[in-house]
Ligand binder design. Sequence first.
Ligand code: SF4
Length: 305
Amino acid sequence: MENVVDFINSFNPKILSRGDLSGALELIHSKEELVFHPTKNYFNITDLCLPADFFMGLKFGKTKSVWLKGILNQGNKIHRIVQSWLKQHESYFGMEDTLDGYFKGISARGRTDGKILNSIVEIKSIKELPESSEYLIENYPQYLEQLAFYSAIDPMTPKENYLVFITRDYPYKIKSFKMIIKNPEKIPAVLKRRIYLLRNLLEEKENSDLFGKCRYCNENYCNIKELCQISESDPLGCEIKDSIELTENEEFSNEIKNLREKYGENFEFYTPYNILHPRKFCLKQTINKEENFQDLLATKKGISQ
Ligand code: SF4
């Protein structure tokens, strides 16, 4: 291991932690002109977890509705607050670190919400807390696949990882689930097959209903529903459910609740990048508000969904 670190340090960065290590590898990766751009050869893990949605976006221009954008904005805010609690945890690190499957022969990349020791932590804001593991498998297969796929492209292939759910509205209830990877060989195989099939679909070698309808399908808010020929099919089920064990984990939920009690919830959270670029941050906030306002106006006039 020391040799590897010495080798990487010879490119200039000084590695202090695994977060630094992944950043350094990213730097070397870019230097070799393998800079990441999502293409039909290289994918985001989040797009691979929503393959039909991704395909309909690329092929027919499916866009996020005002309704969905509103939910995502609200979710992002809560997400950052949970990350700020976790940052107080003595074993938390690697917030927004990039994992790259390149080093494992998998053409996919993803950014994790962070890690506790060697476990990946993924945060999801949600309308109502999921009642059980079965409910999650049935209704949110994309969340489970996302966490399992991150584990597959992580150099350490962590076997125990966490999904943290928090409600979008006050009082921001929290529930955590532990995911144990029972069959570590199966997950990369599912991921590679997903990439293979999605490439074929994008090259029009497969029918457009290959992955069923969009996992986030709400025809009332879809801007391309007149063009859609897949809305009658069932959405893709959870393809990794037999390779994982998913159980509610009260211990981890309580750890987060304790951090929340200690550090509070009513403060704005800024990343180091926001602090270094305050004007850019303020401008982006204004543009987001303006975009949402224009979308809302257009929806009211019946111009867009
Ligand atoms: S109608 Fe549903 S399945 Fe069809 S493109 Fe829109 S969201 Fe996707």
